[in-house]
Structure formats: structure tokens, C-alpha cells
Ligand binder design. Structure first.
Ligand code: FES
Ligand SMILES: [Fe+2]
Length: 377
């Protein structure tokens, strides 16, 4: 019997570097350490999550002035606020006095008052008041606003760039628009949102969302009847995204209501996109399902997922039925990905070949991106 020795970080980076330019027909899965190494995860935090555009939610979560929610990204507390002018800003959720988070959870507020010493901030982040700060010579109210982070909205999705150095996001996604525009995501209503933590690596969930190979076997009683594996096809990718289409089984009933602009093919398929590194979205004729992923540890991923659609009422049966359907097949994915993460720790795991482009080509694209973004040589 032989066993594979655990590869070190340098070997993993060399393997990633080799992915660049390798023929797709030669594609093999990544080693377990790609998903389990704390050193590699630290590199991802620095070179992906602190430097790239990361989706942290949807504008539908903050529809009115004063609406806010808090989240975090690689340990950075964040505060997302709709201000009085209708703009949505992303702040560092850290008080400019001695560093306490100034807001918790989600809700509606006219100002944010830090629970520690009651410094208060407006919806635009400006410091409004700081009790008893009369003798300090270094205190200037105008210098103590919450730090505003670079943010961008794309079809209603909220992206943040922690280091403020990333090039604008929208132009990098322009090539995907022809496959998306007819769904009119900008007209859809935000009808459901939830936060979850799964015990798997964030990349495993990106890969799972973006490959159709598992649709028939894993989702035998849910998605197979709608979008069987055999009917999947790869869409063209770009430097910032990849995508695939899952065509409906001929026996699958119409899924509506949908936009009148959908072509017949769009009425009879779903399209899935990953905006690198960690935003995945599926455009179905009647609803859009999205997931904003954040690495918590190598083996845990924070998921903010939600649904938008042409139906406005979150309580309508068509919405409730679709959300329940999503929960059902997501439970199957979660069970599988948490099981997968156990297997990826094995020293006996020898990475196998990837399935053809139509089924797992998006995974190959994703790794090419990671290789580029990490600057592997
Ligand atoms: S840390 Fe916020 S007021 Fe002191
Ligand atoms: Fe799945």
C-alpha cells in the first residue's frame, strides 16, 4: 500500500501555477490541502478577500433610508447603511474612539450610538456627538467619521473592496450581460434572505454551485427532474467570471411568472454565474438564487443567500414554494459538502480527473482565476 505525503504550501502553489495554460482535457482535481491548509487560507484572505470585489448582500435588504445590516469579511466588521439620499454605503463597523463595533445585527436607525461611551454617528458616517470631549486638543469631530469602504452595486448586489485598490467591477462583467439582461434582475423583488454557516471550505461551495455534474446523482429527487446533468452546457467565461447553463428536462413544466423578454431558450433553462472569487448566482426564469460566500475558517463558510423574483409578495405561495425548494436541494448540497470536507483531509486522497467542460469546466476556470489572483509563478 502507498500513501500520498501531504503537500506543502509551495507544492500547492506550484500545482496552481501549472494549472495556467494546462489543456482542459488534462484537468485534475486539486489536492486536499487546497481546501484544508491554514497557510493557503491566509494567502487567500490577503490576496483575494482583502483586494477583490466581494459581494456581501443585496440592496433589497436595506430598501428604506436608515435600514442597515452588519456583517464581517475576513475579520473586518462591516456596516451597510441606506442613507437619507438613497445611497448605500459600506462602513468599517468600528468606532473611531476606541474601536468597538458601533452597530449590531440589522434594523432601521436614524443614528448609530456606540454602546461603550456613546459616540454617535449619522447615516452618512459622520460623527454627530461625543459626550464630554471638551478638553482634548486632538479631538476634531470632522476627523472622526466612520471609515467608508469602496463599494459598488451590480444588478442590486452589494460589493465591497477592502483595500480600495480594485479596478471598477462592472466593466469586468460586461461580457456576461448578454446572458443575464433578459432576466431583468434590476426589476426583481428581494423576497428572501438568510445567513448560514456550513462546515466546508468556501471554494467547495463555489465549485458545487458552479458545476452541473452532481445535479442528477446528488439531487435525484429534487433538481434531476428539472435540470438533469446530461443537459448542462458551459458558457463562455471571462477574467472575472465563469458560467454554465442547465437546460430543463422536456417534461419539466413552465417556471413562471417570468420576464416577457426571455427567449424560448431562457424560458427553458437556468444560467449560473460565479463572479470571482465568492459570489455565485443562478438566474432561473421565475426567480434568482444568490449566495455571497465568506471564508470563516478553512472548514467553515459564512453564507448570505437569498432570492429575488418577478413576484413581489414574499408570502405568496409561488415564493414560499420556491424558497422551500431551494432549502430542500441546499440541504442535499450541505450534507454532501460537509461530507466532502472530511474526505479532503485524507492523506490517501489522490486527486482524480475532472469531468468534461459541460459539467466541470467552470471549476477549471475558477482555479485559473485563483492561480492568477494569487500571483503564482
Ligand atoms: S469605543 Fe465607541 S464610544 Fe468609546
Ligand atoms: Fe447542488
Amino acid at each position: 500500500m502507498t500513501s500520498q505525503a501531504p503537500s506543502r504550501l509551495s507544492e500547492l502553489l506550484a500545482r496552481l501555477a501549472a494549472v495556467k495554460g494546462q489543456a482542459r482535457s488534462q484537468a485534475r482535481a486539486m489536492s486536499g490541502e487546497f481546501y484544508t491548509s491554514p497557510d493557503f487560507a491566509a494567502l487567500e484572505r490577503d490576496r483575494l478577500f482583502r483586494t477583490q470585489w466581494i459581494c456581501i448582500g443585496h440592496e433589497g435588504e436595506v430598501p428604506a433610508a436608515g435600514d442597515y445590516f452588519t456583517t464581517e469579511l475576513v475579520g473586518e466588521p462591516l456596516l451597510v447603511v441606506r442613507s437619507a439620499d438613497g445611497d448605500i454605503r459600506v462602513f468599517s463597523n468600528v468606532c473611531r474612539h476606541r474601536g468597538s463595533p458601533v452597530a449590531q445585527g440589522a434594523g432601521n436607525a436614524s443614528r448609530f450610538v456606540c454602546s461603550y461611551h456613546a459616540w454617535s454617528y449619522g447615516l452618512d458616517g459622520r460623527l454627530l456627538a461625543a459626550p464630554l470631549m471638551v478638553e482634548s486638543e486632538v479631538f476634531k469631530k470632522k476627523d472622526c467619521a466612520l471609515t467608508t469602504l469602496a463599494s459598488e452595486r451590480w444588478y442590486g448586489y452589494l460589493f465591497v473592496n477592502l483595500d480600495g485598490q480594485a479596478a471598477p467591477l462592472a466593466p469586468t462583467l460586461a461580457a456576461a450581460i448578454p446572458h443575464i439582461r433578459n432576466y431583468h434582475p434590476e426589476q426583481q423583488h428581494h423576497v428572501f434572505c438568510a445567513d448560514e454557516v456550513w462546515n466546508t471550505n468556501w471554494k467547495s461551495l463555489v465549485e458545487n454551485f458552479m458545476e452541473g455534474y452532481h445535479l442528477s446523482p446528488l439531487h435525484a429527487t429534487t433538481l434531476h427532474a428539472v435540470t438533469p446533468t446530461a443537459l448542462c452546457e458551459k458558457l463562455s467565461d471571462g477574467p472575472a467570471f465563469t458560467g454554465y447553463r442547465s437546460n430543463f428536462h422536456p417534461d419539466c413544466p413552465e417556471r413562471g411568472p417570468f420576464s416577457g423578454d426571455l427567449t424560448r431558450q431562457e424560458q427553458r433553462s437556468d444560467v449560473f454565474y460565479c463572479v470571482y472569487p465568492s459570489f455565485v448566482v443562478g438566474f432561473c426564469p421565475h426567480f434568482t438564487l444568490y449566495m455571497c460566500l465568506r471564508p470563516l475558517t478553512t472548514g467553515t463558510v459564512g453564507i448570505r443567500w437569498g432570492v429575488t423574483g418577478m413576484t413581489a409578495d414574499p408570502q405568496s405561495p409561488v415564493v414560499k414554494d420556491y424558497v422551500e425548494f431551494c432549502k430542500k436541494f441546499s440541504a442535499e448540497d450541505r450534507m454532501q459538502l460537509e461530507r466532502l470536507h472530511i474526505g479532503l483531509h485524507s492523506r490517501h486522497y489522490v486527486p482524480g480527473p475532472l469531468a468534461p467542460d459541460a459539467f466541470e469546466g467552470t471549476i477549471w476556470d475558477f482555479w485559473q482565476y485563483i492561480s492568477r489572483a494569487l500571483g503564482t509563478e
